[in-house]
Design a protein around this ligand. Sequence first.
Ligand SMILES: [Zn+2]
Ligand SMILES: [Zn+2]
Length: 207
Amino acid sequence: MIKIEKLVVGLFKTNCYFVYKEGVGVIIDPGGDCDLINKKIEELKDVKFLYVINTHGHGDHTFCNKFLKEKMNLKILIHEEDKLFLSENSINKLYHPGFEPVYPDILLEDGDIIDVKTFKFSVFHTPGHTPGSILLLTDGVIFSGDTIFKGTIGRTDFEYGDERKMKESISKILNNLWGNYVVYPGHGEKTTLDEERKNLNYFLKML
Ligand SMILES: [Zn+2]
Ligand SMILES: [Zn+2]
């Protein structure tokens, strides 16, 4: 079984997840409070973290990328369509004071498998909240970023958001993900996919 630990970081109370199994792991969405993230890594000293995976490019999910890449030597993984958020002139610099650009090491696309040695993630592209938003699937679990929350879905009214694509992504989720996954969102409490199907169907009609 994979182990999942959560830290709530930054002004937007983003869920940063430490996911690991048998001494190897990844950090999902290190969006702020880099010192707390650092402390957690020290606490988990028996775990070798290989990758940072961003569910999307917003600064509240990527703020500590640079710190983790440069200080901890972790590779940064993000969907190719969200790499613009990490660049020199990205909007993150505007909305997240202190945000520092960093080049991703591996660009992801739909269907990619991320091999963490003791377990794997598959990448499920769900544009809408941002062009390169993804779900990360592993072992009966979904890390849903800002696409699915408990009882609601992610906003599409930010720059680069797209309501029509969000609708397509929700259809894709409902039509392709049949298991009752435990869903770990980018903000707030965890939920399950079965619990959310009703809401997702509702949003599909409303959007
Ligand atoms: Zn976001
Ligand atoms: Zn967010």
